[in-house]
Design a protein around this ligand. Structure first.
Ligand code: MTE
Ligand code: MO
Length: 524
């Protein structure tokens, strides 16, 4: 068996990595030019879709928020590992190495073809994967050919009598360098080009929109809605701080002028409208507290914002809902679906198709140009972002994205309270010991918040002013008899129906967590 010098073996691995980088960069450039998802994003999206068992629960919580870079990173790590494997086997089994490289390209191609996260057609969305395949296999084959030229031949040349010369001449260095440099140049051009052309038509479209004056403005925010305790969440959550939960690795790119909404199904008149049609309808402005079902007790997935939009009830009245319909199946541009009871969309809670959030056009990641906002229902059964289709139907006739993954079809938000201050294991001064936070029971309203310090008795906290029944309500409690040492504070809310939060911990799946939140802290 022939042996290969270290240089040759390292060169083969380097060639595989270089080929992968070139494939990645060129396909990213192709994706940017075509308005298609890049293969890394498409593969990541498939990973989210196919995530098995407990990963599903994890995915809804984390891929929505700030862990998207982790998923992208994982895809890249797997790519690097496969490239290293291809490089290691390349000298003895060149075909196998090229097949591994090609299969990576095929996975990218299939992931692109099945991706709905952009408006590119399946064939167009598959092209970046095809580019990745062609560039990586082509450049790898070229470099391997140069490596193989003399590699493996035990050079019995009288002209190379020294072992050191063996290393040098054990492959066609010149040709290899040419191939490697060319591949590196392709990778560089692709990488820079993909940055330059990564235009986002939706961002440009958003910058062009000015938020119209609502026909029915929200009443002024009442005085005293903010808890006086320093460190409690701002009463209104800024767009930058608003939690984000969705299955989308890359934010869907939907310019307002290409946006169309279809309303169909069990209706008398099908409706199709564009963004300007929506703006021409009566616009209501409402403050509404949005909550995610995957929020754990005391968790961060809740926010309160001012929204402007068209009442969904108005649209459904125009369409004429037929007898027997009890649900609306809404679909976003990437085919993600949500089922919502018709009743919640047509009663007086003012469910809206929102176009603005806190005085700005919807941020891209919060559903630009149009999303649903429904008071009182968890986001996964109501708050469809990038919405493009409303089908009036019956719950028994369809399932939606999360109901297919063992979450409930109907999920009203559960009465909940949260301690913002003190933070976990914080040390506070006895003179200024105070607790504060938020509580919510959308459409019912908060009646009472109580705190329990250590093993004492429940004490009534002070409620901040109430804005409306569909917004959260803040609370505060000054602990005047604070004693130095470690302590625990526990919280519970009672809503206006008389229901008091129960102590037993229930996990988020299938229809929302319950339980009391406690915080351990120390008085100095
Ligand atoms: N298109 C789309 N809409 C979606 C989702 C999604 O994954 N895709 N997630 C839903 C969930 S689970 C929640 S809690 C809310 C979150 O909205 P936000 O990200 O604007 O806070 O959006 C909902 N709308
Ligand atoms: Mo959610």
């Amino acid at each position: 068996m022939t042996t290969y010098s270290r240089t040759t073996r390292l060169s083969a691995v380097g060639a595989a990595l270089l080929a992968a980088a070139a494939g990645l960069a060129v396909s990213a450039l192709g994706a940017a030019l075509l308005g298609a998802p890049s293969p890394v994003v498409a593969v990541g999206n498939r990973a989210i879709d196919l995530a098995p068992g407990p990963l599903k629960d994890y995915a809804v919580r984390t891929f929505g928020e700030n862990d998207k870079p982790i998923l992208v990173g994982s895809v890249l790590v797997v790519l690097v590992l496969l490239a290293v494997v291809a490089g290691l086997v390349a000298l003895r089994r060149r075909t196998l190495a090229l097949v591994i490289t090609g299969l990576i390209g095929v996975v990218a191609l299939v992931a692109g073809f099945t991706d709905r996260s952009s408006q590119a057609s399946p064939v167009l969305a598959a092209l970046p994967g095809l580019l990745a395949l062609a560039v990586s296999v082509g450049s790898f084959a070229w470099m391997l050919a140069a490596l193989a030229k003399r590699a493996g031949r035990s050079i019995p040349s009288p002209l190379a009598p020294h072992p050191g010369d063996d290393l040098r001449s054990d492959f066609d260095r010149r040709n290899f360098l040419v191939a490697a440099l060319a591949t590196g140049a392709v990778a560089g051009v692709g990488g820079i080009g993909s940055r330059v052309f990564a235009s986002n038509a939706a961002a440009a479209s958003r910058a062009d929109i000015s938020v119209p004056t609502p026909t029915s403005p929200a009443p002024a925010v009442p005085a005293g809605v903010q808890s006086p305790v320093a460190g409690v969440s701002p009463y209104l959550t800024s767009n930058a701080d608003f939690y984000r939960v969705d299955i989308n690795l890359a934010v869907p790119n939907v310019p307002a002028d290409t946006w169309r909404l279809r309303i169909h199904g069990l209706v008398d008149n099908e409706i199709e409208l564009g963004f300007s049609d929506l703006l021409a309808m009566p616009l209501v402005e409402r403050r509404i507290t949005l909550t995610c079902v995957s929020n754990e007790v005391g968790g961060p997935y809740v926010g309160n914002a001012t929204w402007i939009g068209v009442r969904i009830a108005d649209l459904l009245a125009q369409a004429g809902v037929q007898q027997g319909a009890d649900a609306v199946k809404s679909t976003s541009v990437d085919d993600f679906t949500i089922g919502t009871p018709i009743e919640a969309l047509t009663d007086d809670r003012d469910a809206i198709l929102a176009i603005a959030m806190n005085g700005e056009p919807l941020p891209l990641e919060h559903g630009f140009p149009v999303r649903m906002v429904v008071p009182g229902l968890y986001g996964f059964v109501s708050a469809t972002k990038w919405v493009v289709d409303l089908e009036v139907t019956r719950f028994e006739d369809f399932t939606a994205y999360w109901t297919d993954r063992d979450w409930s079809a109907e999920a009203p938000i559960k009465t909940h309270s949260r301690i913002d201050v003190p933070g976990s294991f914080e040390t506070v001064k006895a003179s200024s010991a105070a607790f504060g936070g938020v509580a919510w029971a959308q459409t019912t309203g908060i009646a009472k918040v109580q705190v329990l310090i250590d093993d004492g008795d429940w004490q009534e906290a002070e409620l901040a002013a109430e804005d409306s029944l569909v917004t959260w309500r803040q609370w505060s409690y000054r602990w005047t008899q604070a004693t130095p040492g470690p302590h625990k504070v526990t919280i519970r809310a009672t809503d206006k129906s008389g229901y008091t939060q129960t102590s037993g911990r229930v996990p988020p799946r299938p229809d929302g967590a319950t339980g009391w939140q406690s915080v351990d802290f120390t008085v100095a």
